[in-house]
Design a protein. Structure first.
Length: 232
C-alpha cells in the first residue's frame, strides 16, 4: 500500500496576526475590558496590511474574544473561546439553571480540593474566610470574597477545564449575593457552612466537602427566594 504523505499547511498572514493578538489576550496583556489599539497602530506593530489586520480582528470577533462597538472601537470581552461560548450560552439560560449547574461544579470542585489540598492551600482558604468575617452583612464585599474563595477551591482541585468553566459561572452566586438584603442570620449560616467546607477539605473528606458545597448553594437559593417573596 502506498504510504500517505504528510500534509503541510502554511498559515496565512491574517491567521498569524490573529494568533499574535490572541496570545496578548490569553496571556493577560490585554485583559477583559481592554480597548484594542487602532488599526493603524496594529498595522505598524505587526508589519502587515490594513486588510490583514481587519481580517484578523474579524476572526477574533467571530470567536467571541473581541467585540466591535460602532463609533467606539474594539474591546476584549473574553479571555478564551471557551469562556466566550459559556457567556453566550448562559445568557440564554435562567438564573436558576445557572445556579443548578454551578451546584454541580461546586460539588466536584470541592471533592477534588479535598483530595489534593495541602497545608498551604487550606491556610489560604482560612485566610479568605477570616477576611470575610468582618464583612458578613456588606453584601457586595461578601460577594467578592465568595467569588475569590470558590475560585481558590476550584484551583486547588487541579482540573483546568473545570476551573475555566467555574471562572465564568462562579459569578452567578456572587451576583445573587450582591442583590440580597443584609441579613445577619443568613450571613452567619453562609459563613458557618464555608467553615465546614474548609474543615472537610483539610480532613481530605471528599464526601463531606461535596455536601458542604451543595449546602452553600442551597442557602443562597433559599435567601434569594425569600427576598423575592418579600418583594411581592
Amino acid at each position: 500500500m502506498q504510504p500517505l504523505t504528510r500534509i503541510t499547511r502554511t498559515s496565512t498572514l491574517s491567521e498569524q496576526a490573529a494568533e499574535r493578538l490572541r496570545a496578548l489576550i490569553t496571556e493577560g496583556s490585554w485583559p477583559v475590558g481592554t480597548r484594542v489599539p487602532p488599526e493603524h497602530d496594529l498595522v505598524e506593530q505587526l508589519g502587515v496590511s490594513r486588510n490583514t489586520v481587519r481580517e484578523a480582528l474579524r476572526g477574533l470577533v467571530h470567536t467571541g474574544l473581541l467585540e466591535a462597538r460602532v463609533g467606539d472601537g474594539t474591546y476584549v470581552i473574553a479571555t478564551s473561546e471557551l469562556r466566550a461560548a459559556i457567556v453566550r450560552r448562559s445568557a440564554m439560560s435562567t438564573a436558576d439553571e445557572v445556579l443548578e449547574l454551578r451546584a454541580m461544579l461546586e460539588e466536584h470542585a470541592a471533592a477534588l480540593a479535598a483530595r489534593r489540598a495541602d497545608a498551604a492551600d487550606v491556610a489560604e482558604l482560612r485566610s479568605l474566610l477570616a477576611e470575610a468575617t468582618g464583612a458578613r452583612t456588606e453584601m457586595a464585599r461578601v460577594a467578592e470574597l465568595d467569588r475569590r474563595f470558590h475560585r481558590e477551591v476550584a484551583r486547588i482541585g487541579g482540573n483546568g477545564l473545570l476551573y475555566d468553566l467555574h471562572e465564568h459561572l462562579g459569578t452567578a452566586v456572587s451576583e445573587v449575593l450582591t442583590g440580597l438584603d443584609a441579613d445577619q442570620h443568613v450571613a452567619d449560616e453562609h459563613a458557618d457552612v464555608h467553615e465546614r467546607l474548609v474543615d472537610r477539605i483539610a480532613a481530605h473528606d471528599e464526601t463531606g466537602a461535596r455536601l458542604a458545597a451543595l449546602d452553600i448553594i442551597t442557602i443562597v437559593r433559599g435567601a434569594e427566594a425569600h427576598d423575592e417573596g418579600d418583594a411581592r
